[in-house]
Design a binder for this molecule. Structure first.
Ligand SMILES: Cc1ncc(COP(=O)(O)O)c(C=O)c1O
Length: 388
């Protein structure tokens, strides 16, 4: 079923004031999400924070089920977090480490790489970069050869890198890792909400997502899926201090042991509402809308003089990056902002190098325009006219 874009835009007050093409940064929230967050804050104002949480206990519990419906897995395998990078850093520590090398794609999200560098240094492991083609697609044959060596401790992959429309072949990577018995952690922060995800098909041990990007949830929300077997192994490890969580009088292992004791219940409720909103629309129809919009954007950009569009011909997600010769990415962003068009800037990874570290220390070189289903063809035209 196709989406009713007019109704969805009417449900998104921000569309009246901006052409928001920064969904990979943070989407415009739809009205029910804002209402859910504000509604809970009002209850906190009226009755107190703990009391409002007690009133909303059933709804808060439903958030775990909603996230599990979105990505697969059991609600016990879901933790609600405040940021994607924190969720990733905490969850990766649960993985068993047997082996001498960590394999990572060059497009891995930069804070994940920082954590991996620390982990590798502490445990005396080597960080090895997976080979890829000029567009950044990882070479599965190379991964297979590396796994066969039998010394790989962990594979980390970002499903949709923040720097373009590339979609890494996560299910194929997951299958190869599962066959080799190597833990696989998937950063799905840019894919959740715009592409279908299923942890069974992805064969990942851990999956991380954020709320504020393509899920259209509030800022300050994220989640982690941690496979039950990872929790069990972590709990069984010598000197393990993993707590069993008490739920309805029963003690069991739950991924929520990763959560902070203090968190915003209003934001969690908002995240749950955003997940339900996406589930009601259906992720496949969302994807069917996003991909042609991104393709339209890309082909209009490609014919503009002085504009160079990065990445592959057919974007696999809503993210399109480009550069304008004679202007910095920042100048282009500012020029567009003056015309009420939101985009962002990104640092493109240099191609053909094994070096990972500079990812953390690069200056923005490209403009990123990222579309979502509620964007209109007119907004794309607006961007193109403003660039012209
Ligand atoms: C691919 C990817 N992973 C992780 C993150 C980090 O998420 P957060 O900013 O919530 O820590 C981002 C944020 O842009 C991202 O694009």
């Amino acid at each position: 079923m196709s989406l009713n874009i007019g109704a969805l835009r009417a449900d998104t007050p921000g569309t009246r004031t901006v052409a928001h093409l920064n969904n990979a940064g943070s989407s415009l929230m739809p009205r029910p999400v804002t209402a859910a967050v504000v509604g809970h804050l009002r209850r906190e104002e009226q009755v107190g924070g703990y009391e409002a949480a007690a009133e909303a206990a059933a709804g808060l519990e439903d958030v775990y089920s909603s996230v599990a419906s979105l990505v697969g897995g059991h609600p016990d395998e879901i933790a609600l977090m405040e940021s994607g990078s924190t969720a990733w850093a905490l969850a990766v520590a649960l993985l068993p480490v047997h082996g001498r090398r960590i394999l990572v794609a060059r497009t891995e999200y930069r804070s994940n790489i920082l954590v991996l560098i620390q982990l590798a240094t502490r445990l005396g492991l080597k960080l090895a970069v997976l080979e890829e083609d000029t567009h950044g697609n990882i070479n599965l044959a190379h991964l297979r050869r590396e796994l066969v060596r039998g010394d790989v401790a962990l594979v980390a992959l970002t499903h949709v890198p923040m720097t373009g429309g590339l979609v890494n072949p996560a299910p194929a990577v997951g299958r190869l890792c599962a066959d080799a018995g190597v833990p696989f952690i998937l950063d799905a922060c840019q894919s959740v909400g715009q592409l279908p995800l299923d942890v069974a098909q992805l064969a990942c041990d851990i999956l991380i997502g954020t709320g504020r990007k393509f899920l259209r949830g509030p800022r300050g929300t994220a989640f982690a899926y941690v496979r039950a077997s990872v929790l069990e192994q972590a709990a069984a490890a010598p000197r393990s201090r993993l707590p069993l969580l008490r739920d309805n009088g029963e003690e069991r292992l739950q991924a929520r042991l990763l959560e902070s004791r203090e968190a915003s219940m209003a934001l969690r409720i908002g995240l749950g509402r955003a997940v339900d909103y996406a589930l009601d629309l259906g992720i496949p129809p969302i994807r069917e809308r996003v991909l042609p919009l991104a393709q339209t954007l890309r082909s209009h950009l490609a014919v503009l003089p002085r504009v160079r569009v990065h990445g592959q011909e057919h974007p696999g997600s809503g993210i399109v990056t480009f550069s304008v010769s004679g202007s910095t990415a920042w100048q282009v962003k500012e020029h567009l902002a003056r015309q009420h068009i939101n985009v962002s800037t990104v640092a493109m990874p240099p191609s053909g190098t094994e070096e990972l570290l500079p990812i953390t220390a690069r200056t923005p070189t490209a403009v990123r325009a990222s579309v979502h289903y509620y964007n209109s063809e007119e907004e794309i035209q607006q961007l193109i006219s403003a660039l012209r």
